[in-house]
Design a protein around this ligand. Sequence first.
Ligand code: HDD
Length: 738
Amino acid sequence: MPSKKPARDSVYPQPSDTAAVNPHNAKTTDLAPDTVDASGAYMNTNQGVRISDDENSLKAGSRGPSLLEDFILREKITHFDHERIPERVVHARGSAAHGVFKVYQSQAAITSAAFLQHPEEETPVFVRFSTVAGSRGSTDLARDVRGFAVKFYTQEGNFDLVGNNMPVFFIQDAIKFPDLIHAVKPEPDNEIPQAASAHDTFWDFISLMPESTHMVMWLMSDRAIPRSYRMMEGFGVHTFRFVNAEGVSSFVKFHWKPLLGVHSVAWDEAQNISGKDPDYHRRDLWNAIESGNFPEWELGIQVVPEADEHKFEFDLLDPTKIIPEELVPVQRIGKLTLNRNPDNFFAETEQVAFHVGHIVPGIDFTNDPLLQGRLFSYTDTQLIRLGGPNFHEIPINRPVVPVYNNQRDGYMRQTINKGKTSYSPNSLGGGCPFMAGKMQGGFTSYPERIEAHKIRERSRSFFDHFSQAKLFYNSQSEPEKNHIIDAFSFELGKVQAVPVRERMLRLLAEVDSGLAAQVAYALRLHIPKNSEEPLNKSIPADADPAAYQPEHKESSLPLSAALSMANTIKETIQTRQVAVLAADGVDGKALNTVKKALLAAGAVVEVIAPRQGYVLAENDEHIPVDKSFLTGASVFYDAVYVPGGVNSVATLAAHADAVHFLNEAFKHCKAIAADAAAQQVLEATYFYKKLPEDNTEETVLRCGVAVHDKPAKLADLFILAIAQHRFWEREVPRKVPA
Ligand code: HDD
């Protein structure tokens, strides 16, 4: 046994409390050693030489040529020339935040992972959300899967849960990942389209890969156009293992459940937002955290005892399958809170390196062939993206525990290792660093018994590609089904190759004949009567095609309520964005009453007017304006309120942008409220004639439009309506001219 703690092999300050060197624990005011703040400091070069003139290069005479000896200019330009690093090959566009995780109660019975033992302990986390296909500068509201990657800086080292906002994946084996990504990325000849799956190569690939059917149902659902990162679920996708201190293993699926519920925007709205504010989700996350509205998720787990591995009608190792929550309930075991924005996008969000293979004792892998391939890919990609093998030394990637091993040198090495020994075993270094046995928290892999032939083959238990796609579709509400039909019609409508469209129709017919028929109607095509033979084109050269036909199984569950966003939490308007349309002469008293009630309920309220600056209320109050009709748009808000006031109402009723604002909000099924005195504005809208006569709570909850002559009562009704998120039933028939 070592008699004393080995010295830290690091250049960083070495306080006894490891939390003090952890940049992730630091508050913005409490700068960590690696964080630089120039307040009060003089500008200097990278070598620390103070700069007296950063405005002019060194020249031979004030009108003469620049001199090569200008080391200040050369250093500055050279650094600038090298400022870009390769963007992530997938998930290039993202944004992130710091936070903490706390477990509710010890999970010792199922896992020995230290961060899941003590309810009083906080584990720092860094979470990055992303879109998959678009490049770094693309739009947040693309129809796409969202990455949901969480780095837990635990006392046993880093654990990365690198998941998505959809619980399944397109492919079953990692060897197909480059094909999938080549197909979805912009087409190689003309680099079109950006951040979109609506093009030939993607659907060509999908149409030949029936295993992707379940995932594309999710992708064509509203899950692919979230209202906010804060309102998405997250999933670890693969089945992982938990292992307890006795070495007993259970299978586990990870879930993140957002406390604000799971909500989306409308597709038309998503496309509008993409043009008007491509940073919509990034801004939303940033603003929520800056304003103290910290996003929260509960960590959920579905646990399956080892002995039950084969009790399901699908294979737990197949990443195109969920475990329906009706079969194995999700236990909520802890809470994640994002409470601090990064200080520097590049240093933190861009340089963070997640890896599905970063696990800690108590957690282990399964033989899911997609997971197994990922284990190779993530380190490999960081080597090229972050420039070498020392990316773990970048502050955002460092574990909170000191690192002692015999790895040395390489590009950008930061650590100054002391001593002569960088090998093991050694006697000259006292045998340090020592290996840790189980008792000292050493990681030991779960000793799974494996006895098999070495073979390239897909397990037959992975051949059911449609039963869970059907389960997903059958579990959706009518509006959600309509959105899926529209999404397929849109995406396949953008595909030029008719045989690809037809092949997709045939696959959709395997899911639901009504779905296939409606998409076929939109495309004016017939659904091919018979499937191509073989239906599954993804077959090895020497295989018997017949043996590769997918199985046509039915799920024994008719539906799963957890799969529909219609069943999400609808009890809060916390952080919902409400637009107040106003012009000079607005009824300031009514406006303030409704605004106060909305703010008290946690909403964010912004005044939109014909001009920026302020509006002059009836009572001469100056009411600040947040945006004009030029800089604001209904698609940025969850709800709209029109206060009374004779002049304001007359101005807005005659203002095309104000009327468009309301029509569009109605089209996107949002809550709308108006003072009775603002009726003239509503009369100018397309939907006025559709409004019911009465204003009971029941009517407002059904149609989402509240009109009342008492502002306080109006506010109550409005808040109830906003909490519903959207009134999707309004879309039938979907014919609003906005
Ligand atoms: Fe991956 C990034 C999630 C399959 C290879 N992946 C990446 C990120 C997320 C995921 C969230 C972004 C991390 C960040 O914010 O930096 N990936 C998934 C999920 C998958 C999945 C949930 C299936 C269940 N990925 C997958 C496969 C491979 C990769 C099968 C390769 C065989 N993924 C990568 C990568 C990336 C990546 C190329 C790009 C940038 C990075 O790793 O750091 O290595």
